[in-house]
Design a protein. Structure first.
Length: 404
């Protein structure tokens, strides 16, 4: 079972790659670093950073030095962060990590990118009312898929990576990831589903390709949303998160439109997988957020909302990462069991965990989860996040790994 720590380029820069790798090896006891190479905005508290305690990353930036030739055929171009222009921390980390016997994974946020959504609004999702969701890019657009392919293949071709981990390589929910999201209506599970559906030109074209009446579905969704706003109807509860809740809506046409989300994501992932393996032996890992948080439904019940399938089809990914950000130990075990049954031994399974609050109040809780992953023979475990964890929680990682 390999073990990885998620980290940011400024973690490496501020400590120096040599000190950072020594800390990862000696203090944490892990053998792999998952470094963010494409990331969104944030406000991060860094309790043990030697240079700063609060950091605001550039929105929608890449943290390596891309080869311009790799994006020659892409309409969408990456924004290179000031940090990467100063120094290529991915290259610096890879060089030191190789000497120290550490593997490197390129942790790559794909479609959650407000900078690109604002710069290229034609490729952003659009709700049933025609409003663009500028925090994302829609995978139905060939231009979006070409950009992600260029990003992943450029990383795979030029850096000695163990894997490329794809985050947000799928459709995104309505409520997620914008500065000061504001609403004065309750976003019920039903509204989250309906407002998160995309009706951009590429999605409507895909619907036409599969003989689905996208315009009819769009009109239906507008009516359903407005009816719920007028009545402040909260009768639908958590069951609205399930696909079967919508099966009979609009004589099944809504369900057929839902199915297209799988097709657009399948096209994206298969194209990325092919592009990476054309230039490298690095594995392509898909990050699935569906298990993120304790709920009454399993991840396999919820993955459809993003257009994901568990397990992924052949030619989509070489491994999958379950985000086990779950406090209750019984819920955590249930999700791990579900993923193991669906994924292993067909492909590698990594389980991500947060050693600190809100997921783990004590070392014993955290160690129990790590031990359960080892018991179920998952391929790897990963821990979020080097720079934001207090030093006491970083010590938990080595202690928990030593016990398995």
């Amino acid at each position: 079972m390999y073990s990885a720590i998620y980290a940011y380029p400024w973690d490496v820069q501020d400590e120096t790659p040599e000190v950072f790798c020594a800390n990862v090896r000696e203090k944490l006891g892990v053998d792999t670093v998952s470094l963010a190479v494409s990331y969104h905005a944030g406000k991060l508290l860094l309790p043990h950073n030697p240079r700063r305690k609060v950091y605001y990353p550039e929105d929608g930036a890449v943290y390596f030095r891309p080869d311009p030739a790799a994006f020659a055929g892409s309409v969408i171009k990456p924004h290179v962060s000031a940090l990467a222009r100063e120094e290529d921390m991915l290259a610096a980390l890879c060089a030191v990590a190789e000497r120290e016997g550490l593997g490197v994974i390129a942790w790559t946020v794909c479609l959650h990118n407000t900078r690109l959504g604002m710069a290229y609004p034609a490729y952003a999702p659009r709700n049933a009312f025609g409003d663009a969701a500028i925090t994302y890019l829609c995978p139905s657009h060939p231009e979006v898929r070409a950009y992600v392919c260029a990003l992943a293949s450029d990383l795979a071709r030029r850096y000695p990576l163990r894997a490329i981990q794809l985050e947000a390589a799928h459709h995104m929910p309505f409520v997620h990831g914008f500065h000061h999201e504001m609403q004065q209506v309750v976003i019920t599970p039903a509204l989250q589903i309906l407002l998160g559906l995309c009706f951009c030109p590429a999605c409507l074209e895909l619907a036409h390709e599969f003989n689905v009446d996208g315009e009819r579905v769009s009109a239906y969704v507008r009516g359903e949303v407005e009816q719920r706003w007028r009545s402040e109807d909260g009768r639908e509860g958590e069951e609205a998160r399930l696909r079967k809740h919508w099966w009979d809506s609009l004589d099944g046409e809504l369900e057929r439109y839902f199915a297209l989300r799988h097709e657009s994501v399948r096209r994206l992932l298969s194209e990325v997988h092919q592009a990476v393996h054309a230039v490298s032996t690095a594995a392509v890992h898909l990050q699935d957020p569906s298990a993120n948080g304790a709920r009454q439904f399993s991840a396999s019940d919820l993955a459809w909302q993003a257009g994901l399938e568990i397990p992924p089809r052949a030619g989509i990914a070489d491994g999958i990462t379950m985000l086990g950000y779950i406090a209750n130990i019984a819920d955590f075990r249930r999700e791990v069991d579900g993923y193991c049954a669906a994924v292993l031994p067909r492909m590698p399974l990594e389980v991500g965990m947060r050693p600190a609050l809100p997921d783990n109040k004590s070392f014993d809780e955290f160690a129990t989860k790590v031990a359960y992953c080892a018991k179920r023979q998952v391929t790897g475990v990963s821990f979020y996040n080097y720079g934001m964890l207090p030093e006491s929680r970083l010590r938990w990682i080595k202690e928990a790994l030593a016990a398995v």
